[in-house]
Design a protein around this ligand. Sequence first.
Ligand SMILES: Cc1ncc(COP(=O)(O)O)c(CNc2cccc(C(=O)O)c2)c1O
Length: 288
Amino acid sequence: SLKVWINGTLFDKAEARVSVYDHGLLYGDGVFEGLRSYGGKVFRLEDHIHRLYASARSIHLEIPMARDELGEAVVSTLKVNNLADGYIRLVVTRGAGSLGLDPRKTSDPQVIIITDSISLYPAELYEHGLKIVTAGTIRNHPAALNPRVKSLNYLNNILAKIEGTNAGCLEALMLNHQGHVAECTGDNIFVVMHGVVHTPSVDSGILEGITRQAVIDLARDTGLTVVERTMDRHDVYTADECFLTGTAAEVIPVIECDARPIGDGRPGPVTKDLHHRFHSLVRGEPLA
Ligand SMILES: Cc1ncc(COP(=O)(O)O)c(CNc2cccc(C(=O)O)c2)c1O
């Protein structure tokens, strides 16, 4: 059965546990990363580890391991589980402590590496596209828990996700505190207008997605102009194409937002091309 790595020890999935006094459970006090491996190679491992340590630093949590040590633990856990194409969840909690909030009363941050498989959206939606709705729940205000911190506090995103599923959609668009477009509950958003690619800038109150950056680089490498800017729903409604990016989602077309068809209501050519290029990139295949 699958083994889970916790603070250097491998546990059977059924025996992998943390204390009920862990502040990760009690308060969502911790950080995490979601990574994928393709053909045994972890995509952008260093970038994910860098973001994990940045998120930890931001919440004043010291990860009791060196970055390269943690990277090696990820790769070895993947190998132990014989997962060539796997999804990796990397979690660091504040650790167990008193029932009060005070992190000074905790000890032993739990460093957890889960490797498994994941499929966020049904395969046919990569062919036919996803419908999304705008959630009333906005993305975290940057002066509160900054949305660039990938923390265990995902209730904000979950509330928006519930609004999406209540509306019959598998994903929901979230605005920021100024009412501009930020991202979806678990992926970044892109639109294509007259052959130009647009995506909310990092200062729009978003998670700085690693897939987002890879797709921006891919698009620019193929000669497309990519603009990172402040965006509104009008830009989504009037776009020729729209797609989402994320480690779990990869690159998935959006064909409708708030019951408005995007373009002709079908995945567009730029979206399909970037999807295929991303597929080749993560598998280390030469780009056409
Ligand atoms: C809010 C948010 N924005 C963008 C992304 C994509 O970032 P990367 O390109 O670096 O992966 C994420 C990460 N996406 C994510 C994380 C955890 C769970 C789920 C889920 O939908 O179940 C999704 C995310 O949670």
